[in-house]
Design a protein around this ligand. Structure first.
Ligand SMILES: N[C@@H](CCC(=O)N[C@@H](CS)C(=O)NCC(=O)O)C(=O)O
Length: 170
């Protein structure tokens, strides 16, 4: 189902789709008329949602993904932690979060004053960051990022995900 041998991949009827961010966009479009509008109401809002989805993919994710691999998975697979990579990733993520702090001092959410797919895409890895990775300070030391995290991680839909999905790290 996934030619690169990776997860996630979904099958919706006969339709198969891989790449997590393509899957998110697909479901957000498919169920657009139900629940929260996640993609923005105007073409400008949509542009900003897409912009911050790309920021998540290219600025936020590489550093937080590396930290997750090093701090949570290396020991599970009996591999040594690459401390240099951890230091570099901490610095890179910190700089990215400084940009977020500035942005979130001007709008409640990333794409504007509305919750969107761009905020949602940050939740799973940030959940690991503030939980099992023990890096709450990276969020809590930044006032606006901290308020944003409290808001998006307390949404009933995410609480439901946590109830339904038990991960190796809780
Ligand atoms: N760009 C892909 C990355 C997918 C990815 O890295 N998947 C990992 C798990 S998070 C995987 O399946 N790796 C294969 C393996 O570890 O054998 C996406 O966002 O869907």
């Amino acid at each position: 189902m996934q030619p690169f041998g990776e997860l996630p991949v979904i099958q919706d009827g006969d339709f198969i789709l891989y790449e997590s961010r393509a899957i998110m966009r697909y479901y957000a479009e498919k169920y657009r008329s139900q629940g929260t509008e996640l993609l923005g109401k105007t073409i400008e809002e949509r542009g900003l949602v897409e912009q911050w989805l790309e920021v998540e993919a290219h600025n936020y994710n590489p550093a937080i993904y590396e930290l997750t691999i090093q701090l949570l998975f290396s020991s599970k697979f009996g591999r040594p932690v690459d401390e240099k990579l951890v230091k570099e990733s901490d610095e890179k993520l910190g700089k990215t979060l400084d940009v977020y702090e500035e942005r979130l001092s001007k709008s409640k959410y990333l794409a504007g004053d509305f919750f969107s797919l761009a905020d949602l895409s940050h939740i799973p890895f940030t959940h690991y960051l503030v939980g099992p990775m023990g890096r709450q300070h990276m969020i809590r030391d930044r006032k606006h990022v901290s308020a944003w995290w409290d808001d998006i991680s307390n949404r009933p839909s995410w609480k439901k995900v946590l109830e339904l999905c038990k991960t190796p790290f809780g």
